[in-house]
Design a protein around this ligand. Structure first.
Ligand SMILES: Cc1cc2nc3c(=O)[nH]c(=O)nc-3n(C[C@H](O)[C@H](O)[C@H](O)COP(=O)(O)OP(=O)(O)OC[C@H]3O[C@@H](n4cnc5c(N)ncnc54)[C@H](O)[C@@H]3O)c2cc1C
Length: 320
């Protein structure tokens, strides 16, 4: 049977907020997973799936259901195909593929969290996205109590999105492994390790390490706007940070927040990072979910008032 512990979301998340959990199970393999899902179903309890807890903000209420963390973490490499269990730390996987000179996820170096969560928001950074190398995943379908395969196209990947964030798929599939197809790296001028080192260096400068200051990375998505909105804004703010994105435009949410004066500012015990205005921090770990939510809501309102743009959280709110 899987390991049972009394835990709170505060302990299991990088933002260090969230209430107590009624049943928390770490499961090492598919059999333990099936047992724990049956346990929850027999008691008619809600299941929440957690990985490294680095992309969620959980309410202060107690969670009266079952939280399952899949911790099996084996890796199989066959040629350019890499099949890896959900519990592996994402960055360890990147390190391992770089060591094997396999190209395709090196720009995703340093992203916190687990392999199992990587498809949920189609993790991306520095021009690379998981969807570019992703072949398929295996997941346990909680409703039908059977294992299923999702191919790349079944996941409906887009910018920080996948089918697993849609209401009818949300918390319905527990990912147990993913398979990626990488390429043998052949550039003689630059080593993959050099790219990885450089990305880790830049991330270290720009982002806030959750082990030092609790946070959940970029709290908001970069808003996507159409051309006419972009043109209007650029007249008023010629220095606005904006990039072409598909047929539309992506604005730096960090820039918008900075221009509303929130960079480095606190609201109660929580604070907008002074290093990066997209990062909401819980510096002493004393803030609650409601403190974080008040700060996020105030920022959303201020940005909306100033620019007419509604920021959306990238971080998922849980157990509201
Ligand atoms: C400092 C920092 C920097 C970051 N930088 C980036 C970045 O550059 N790019 C980026 O894309 N993200 C970034 N993130 C966000 C985060 O690292 C990713 O979203 C990551 O994939 C979350 O992994 P996790 O295991 O912590 O997921 P969790 O926070 O535990 O869970 C996130 C979601 O995945 C679900 N989930 C977790 N495991 C499974 C599973 N096995 N099966 C099914 N569902 C599951 C959860 O239910 C939840 O919906 C950053 C976060 C931090 C704190």
């Amino acid at each position: 049977m899987g390991k049972t512990n009394t835990k709170s979301f505060k302990e299991l998340t990088t933002l260090k907020v969230g209430g107590e959990i009624k049943y928390f199970f770490e499961v090492k393999n598919q059999k333990e997973l099936v047992d724990k899902v049956s346990f929850a179903k027999n008691k008619s309890l809600t299941i929440f799936i957690i990985g490294g807890g680095s992309d969620i903000a959980v309410s202060d209420k107690n969670f009266e259901g079952v939280v399952i963390k899949y911790v099996g973490s084996s890796v199989q490499v066959i040629g350019n195909l890499v099949k890896v269990e959900a519990g592996m730390n994402w960055d360890k996987l990147v390190e391992e593929t770089v060591n094997r000179n396999l190209q395709g996820i090196e720009c995703l170096s340093g992203i916190p969290g687990s392999v199992g969560a990587s498809p949920i928001q189609n993790i991306g950074a520095y021009g690379q996205e998981l969807s570019e190398t992703f072949i398929e995943l295996k997941a346990y379908d909680i409703s039908n109590q059977k294992f299923v395969i999702f191919k790349n196209e079944d996941c409906k990947f887009s910018y920080r999105e996948s089918i697993f964030k849609r209401k009818d798929y949300w918390q319905k599939f527990i990912i147990v492994d993913i398979t990626l197809k990488l390429k043998k790296y052949t550039d003689n001028n630059l080593e993959l390790q050099t790219i990885r080192d450089e990305i880790l260096r830049i991330r270290g400068e720009k982002l806030v390490n959750p082990d030092e200051i609790p946070n959940a990375g970029s709290f908001f998505k970069n808003p996507i706007i159409n051309k006419s909105k972009k043109d209007t804004l650029l007249i008023k703010y010629p220095e606005m940070v904006i990039f072409p994105f598909n047929n539309e435009y992506k604005i730096s949410a960090g820039w918008l927040i900075e221009k509303t004066g929130w960079k480095g500012k606190s609201l109660g015990p929580v604070k907008v990072s002074d290093k990066h205005s997209l990062v909401l921090t819980n510096p002493e770990g004393k803030g609650t979910f409601s403190d974080i939510k008040s700060l996020a809501d105030t920022i959303i309102a201020d940005v909306d008032n100033k620019f007419g743009i509604k920021l959306e959280p990238e971080v998922q709110y849980i157990n509201l």
